[in-house]
Write a protein that binds this ligand. Structure first.
Ligand SMILES: [Zn+2]
Length: 83
């Protein structure tokens, strides 16, 4: 997987709305982290001004989950509930 593909996977996860996004490790912050390429690796950076939290660990599930299927099945669940 290229770094660009990994960033796209992470962005999809962060914006899916049906899974818990990766958030800042500072308990008073908890902003949704943003994927960035740094020194040919991917890191997750907190976008909050003045926070500066950087996470190098990216859970495997974020990179390998079939997020499109998760989104599709969650839409099915919502439709079933409203009937
Ligand atoms: Zn933060």
């Amino acid at each position: 997987m290229t770094n660009q593909e990994r960033i796209e996977k992470i962005n999809k996860w962060q914006n899916a709305g049906v899974v818990h996004p990766l958030t800042c490790g500072v308990s008073s912050c908890r902003s949704i982290l943003v994927a960035k390429e740094l020194s040919n690796d991917i890191v997750l950076i907190c976008p909050a001004i003045g926070c500066g939290y950087v996470q190098t660990f990216i859970p495997d599930v974020v990179l390998h989950a079939d997020i499109d299927s998760i989104i599709a099945s969650s839409i099915c669940l919502k439709e079933n509930k409203s009937q």
